[in-house]
Design a protein around this ligand. Sequence first.
Ligand code: BV8
Ligand code: ZN
Length: 252
Amino acid sequence: MSSMPSIPESLLTALSGAKHVVVFTGAGVSQESGIPTFRDELSGLWQRYDPQELATPEAFARQPDLVWGWYEFRRRNVMLCSPNAAHRTIAAMAGVFPRLTLITQNVDDLHERAGSQKVLHLHGSLLQPRCHECARAYPMPSGIPVEPATGWRIEPPRCPDCNGHIRPGVVWFGESLPEDAWQAAQDAAQSCDVFFSIGTSAVVYPAAALPELAARRGARLIQINPLPTPLDLLAADNLHGKAGEVLTQLWA
Ligand code: BV8
Ligand code: ZN
């Protein structure tokens, strides 16, 4: 059992009076489910690739089989994992406050599987492929992906309409965020009184501007992360620990 951060009294007071709470999550929230974070060292056969270079339209144009295979590998892992105490506690928090907005940078569906109803996915989803050319939604390949005998280089399916490559429904570097989710996230950050930033390194923009925006508007910024991030200076509370453990302690 790792040591628990102490919870300041003023934080509990802020929570008891909170009318609108925002929970902003990153890959650290799914770490305890067994999903590697984005900036962790990649393991096994992916060691020689930089995720920030694979997650680009340029990489997909150059090597569609490598990029599609990487996402199929990650989709397989997500489908084999289950929500953890952090996802479950966040889902339960929706019943504690008059209003709660859940904003995630994660491309898995573990918040939904833990029971969160309306999740703003800023970076899309591993589970909603579409055509790279005409944007037509493509039915999810059924079942859990199996590694082909030839390895994780997998030729992406083709669009039935335009024959373009099917791509994962995520937001790659250099692409814009989905407009509706981004607008709703900004509105929530500007109108909340408490903003939780949980399990994110807070380095990918524009998403990382949300906690800054909320703090500037006077919300109490509470960060949960075992490691320091650029938000440490801005946050009223830095609860150093794992998301599942700290959230369980807060709502025990
Ligand atoms: C855009 C989906 C306009 C795909 C992802 C220079 C300066 C500033 C900005 C830029 C720049 N150059 C380029 C940019 C823009 C760029 C950007 O921000 N780059 C940075 C990195 C330099 N942004 C973009 O391109 C965005 N779009 O700007 O559009 C535009 C349009 C056209 C042309 C130009 C601009 C789009 C970005 C979207 C990228 N997509 N994901 C996929 O998953 O494959 S990003 C990726 O980072 C992740 O998937 C995630 O969505 C996001 C954030 O990562 P985190 O979730 O924070 O994960 P990370 O691994 O970093 O951290 C994990 C944290 O958890 C750590 O702090 C760790 O300590 C903690 N942790 C670990 N265990 C636990 C834990 N915490 C709690 N509990 C635990 N158990
Ligand atoms: Zn198409």
